[in-house]
Design a protein around this ligand. Sequence first.
Ligand code: SIN
Length: 305
Amino acid sequence: MNKIDMRVDFAGISMKNPIVVASGTYGFGREFGEFYDISQLGGISCKGLTFTPREGNPPPRVAETPMGILNSVGLQNPGVDEFIAKELPELRKHDLCVIANISGNTPEEYALMSEKLSRAGVDMIEVNVSCPNVKCGGLQYGVVPELAAEVTAAAKRSATVPVMVKLSPNVTDITAIAKAVEAAGADAVSLINTVRGMRIDVKTRRPVLKMNTGGLSGPAVLPIAVRMVWEVSNAVKIPVMGMGGVSTGEDAAQLMLAGATAVAVGTANLVDPFAALRVRDELAEIAAAQQLTAVRELTGGVLPW
Ligand code: SIN
């Protein structure tokens, strides 16, 4: 089998391969680092950070569903300052793209976090306007094009590294949000975040999650992700990081054919700590079987009927 060039350029950042681990499914890499050298990944999007530490929502906050999970974690995290002091120095010992995922209560908080994190040495900021599990910030900014643009512009004003905006599937037209953040200066977009859902325990007649609703992720959402990555890739010029239900190389290849330059593996990490590396290797095998020389040749390669 021919050797595939796995390198990709993502918004000006060179990554050794297109596989990133998705925010909220890999912590800050410490636990996974006990299984393998995380430098083998293209990048890590760290657990979502907020300006001050958060304990998240009360349990139960994670539940299984057919082919997926529902979560209402609520952005539990140590806060941006503790991340910079304790987690980032550890991550920087590894050779991979470090992406800081941020959620703010106001555009000013997004700006302040972007400034601190750029100065501290992350490679990219992922502006999260799509968390479905918090009252303030998050999804509130991600469903209205003007608000998504305002937050993007605030982050861009303060960041000295590329800014990627994480989009929600919980909208009528995701391309309207993608175009708005592109016009506001976003260097890339990532999609999709989780799909809002709910489960009810029939015996107790209570929702299974304390917060009633949560975000659905896992293989069940892959076709939604492929459709939305395809729509957004055709609507904007900035690069797309595709995610949502990726657990095999074939899933990753679908997202790249739909237009993604890089692909994030999320919920699969919770099932198999080696999932991201397996996806990378299976993707390379698919590219080799199709006689490609570089994995980037898959991007946007879907053919019309
Ligand atoms: C959470 O912590 O509630 C999930 C974060 C997200 O969906 O962006």
